[in-house]
Write a protein that binds this ligand. Structure first.
Ligand code: CO
Length: 137
C-alpha cells in the first residue's frame, strides 16, 4: 500500500504554514474549510505524498478533542486504495474497527474510510480512493 498523505493536527494553520510552507518549502496544493468534519485543512506536496495540516474549527470537533488528550502532532496516516468499499468490508470481516458505515467524501472528491486507532496501534488510519484510481480500472 502506498502512502497518500500524513495528517497533522495543529493549533493554528497559519502558524503551521510558516513552518511547512515557508521553512521547509513545501508547495501548498489546497486550503479548505470542511465544516462537516470541523476542520480547516491545508494540503502540501511532499514528493510522492502530501502533508495534511488540520486546525479544528471548534472545541467540539473530533480533531480538537483528540488534540486535548494528545496535543498537536501526527494524527492519521492515509493510504491509497483502489476500492475502499471492498477494503472496508474486508477489514470489518477481520474484526477491525472501521469508523464509517459508508465512505466519506474527501476534499478532492475522493472516497475515504477511517479505521479506529484501537485497530491500528494508536494511529487513525485513513484509506483514500482517488477518482483517478477508479478511472484506471
Ligand atoms: Co486525511
Amino acid at each position: 500500500m502506498q502512502i497518500c498523505h500524513i495528517g497533522v493536527a495543529v493549533r493554528n494553520l497559519d502558524k503551521a504554514l510558516e513552518f511547512y510552507r515557508d521553512v521547509l518549502g513545501l508547495p501548498v496544493v489546497a486550503v479548505k474549510t470542511m465544516e462537516e468534519h470541523g476542520v480547516k485543512v491545508a494540503f502540501l506536496d511532499a514528493g510522492g505524498a502530501r502533508i495534511e495540516l488540520m486546525e479544528p474549527l471548534s472545541e467540539r470537533s473530533p480533531v480538537a478533542k483528540r488534540m486535548q488528550r494528545q496535543g498537536p502532532g501526527v494524527q492519521h496516516l492515509a493510504f491509497r486504495s483502489p476500492d475502499v468499499d471492498g477494503l472496508g468490508a474486508e477489514l470489518k470481516a477481520k474484526g477491525l474497527w472501521v469508523m464509517d458505515q459508508l465512505p466519506r467524501q474527501g476534499c478532492f472528491g475522493e472516497k475515504t474510510l477511517f479505521l479506529h486507532p484501537d485497530s491500528a496501534h494508536g494511529v487513525i488510519v485513513e484509506f483514500v480512493e482517488e477518482p483517478e484510481a477508479v478511472a484506471e480500472e
